[in-house]
Design a protein around this ligand. Structure first.
Ligand code: SF4
Ligand code: SF4
Length: 291
């Protein structure tokens, strides 16, 4: 099998039911990828990757009939990552932990901290604790990552994280592996990172030079089948083609995809969205980012 991409992001729904203050690319109409289209897409992409993340915008756990989507992925031997706000976790815990295709479950804790209406954190945490406790009882080998990606530029946490740290300390081991990675229990971690910023094409601060793995090691597929180079392009600004109408090979051979990738290889950011995105700078700050 010719595995080209480390990970392909598939947006099975753009709906999350939340209004995180840091989320800029809000979409108007709720969309759910039909099972038929998901099946078609999985058939087309499975020769190109072994790992999919069911997330770009929206919350995959908000889908009531998630089970058949997981079965389709399983039937193509794909591993899955699930990223969720945690708000729809309650009735999905058994499904997540008992589905062999699920390799990693990410819960974005920030989504409880940045809503216009105040969230009761103890209540919000109950299903998350149940997920983690059941995971331990089952001796599951799946990874659970609780994410707090809201540190400042100096990696300091905001005061509103304190209540979350206290809740985690009350319920887990809380062993610091590094300042940004804390082991909570076997295969359960708290991951911290600087506040995530969406690319903004209206930004005055454009960069024309840089490298990124978008279209090289990663791809995204939106609810409507539009292929984009990465999970940041939630609005399809870099529309490379539609996987429901074309093969992935045809899409990757198109001029727009080839120019994007060739640009990255020459350290040029061809697309406006890439020029306004912080990710190339983040990669440049890491040693050996192209290895
Ligand atoms: S950040 Fe995620 S959970 Fe929050 S509003 Fe945006 S899509 Fe929804
Ligand atoms: S530079 Fe940003 S917008 Fe462009 S492909 Fe990379 S992550 Fe996506």
């Amino acid at each position: 099998m010719n595995e080209k991409f480390e990970k392909i992001f598939i947006e099975i729904t753009n709906f999350c039911g939340l209004d995180c203050s840091f989320c800029t690319p809000k979409k108007q109409a709720k969309e759910i990828m039909s099972l038929e289209n998901f099946d078609k897409i999985i058939q087309k992409i499975s020769p190109y990757t072994s790992l999919c993340a069911l997330h770009i915008l929206g919350d995959p756990l908000s889908i009531k009939n998630l089970s058949p989507y997981l079965k389709i992925a399983q039937s193509h031997n794909l591993k899955l990552e699930i990223t969720s706000s945690g708000f729809y976790l309650e009735d999905k815990i058994d499904l997540l932990l008992n589905s062999p295709c699920i390799h990693q479950i990410n819960i974005s804790l920030m989504s409880a901290l940045y809503q216009s209406k105040t969230i009761n954190l103890e209540e919000y945490f109950q299903p998350i604790l149940k997920l983690c406790n059941t995971h331990q009882q089952l001796k599951s080998e799946k990874f659970i990552n609780l994410r707090l990606w809201n540190l400042d530029t100096n990696f300091n946490p905001p005061a509103l994280n304190t209540k979350i740290y206290n809740l985690l300390k009350q319920n887990f081991l809380f062993q610091e592996i590094s300042p940004l990675k804390i082991r909570l229990n076997y295969k359960i971690f708290l991951h911290q990172a600087r506040m995530f910023e969406w690319a903004n094409v209206d930004s005055q601060n454009l960069h024309k030079k840089g490298f990124c793995y978008g279209g090289i090691k990663q791809l995204g597929i939106l609810c409507n089948g539009i292929v984009v180079p990465c999970c940041f392009d939630a609005k399809g600004a870099i529309n490379l083609g539609n996987i429901l109408e074309e093969s992935l090979k045809e899409i990757l051979l198109k001029q727009r995809a080839k120019a994007l990738v060739q640009g990255f290889k020459n350290n040029n950011l061809v697309e406006l969205l890439c020029q306004s995105c912080n990710y190339p700078q983040y990669l440049a700050s890491k040693p050996s980012c192209k290895n």
